[in-house]
Ligand binder design. Structure first.
Ligand code: FES
Length: 109
């Protein structure tokens, strides 16, 4: 049986990201896109688009989805699912919860 993956926890102060907003974070040698949606939701997904490697934090929020700035694919922030072409592969998502004045993100090492 494989050993359970180690998890790194990163805390980001809520105040660093206004609503709505996107922020690129470097965590455990991974580039993440932290999203704060108009409805108040917080999400963390891979920052790199699965189509051609553009940075999603340079894109735009569309409700609870992020739109890639390069060719317009949208990804569901909760599930990572692709909502429209040209991307076809989903994004990795990361558990994200609010703890008082911080957002806590868990990233497997
Ligand atoms: S790089 Fe994101 S849709 Fe093409």
């Amino acid at each position: 049986m494989p050993a359970p993956a180690e998890v790194a926890t990163v805390r980001v102060p809520v105040a660093v990201l206004p609503r709505p907003g996107l922020l690129r974070l470097e965590v455990e040698e991974k580039a993440l896109c932290l999203a704060h949606t108009e409805s108040g939701g917080w999400y963390a997904v891979d920052d790199t688009c699965t189509h051609e490697d553009c940075s999603l934090s340079a894109g735009a929020l569309e409700g609870e989805a992020v739109e890639c700035p390069c060719h317009g694919s949208c990804f569901d922030l909760a599930t990572g699912d692709v909502l429209n072409l040209p991307a076809v592969l989903p994004l990795q998502t990361y558990p994200t919860v609010r703890d008082h004045d911080d957002i806590v993100i868990e990233v497997e090492r």
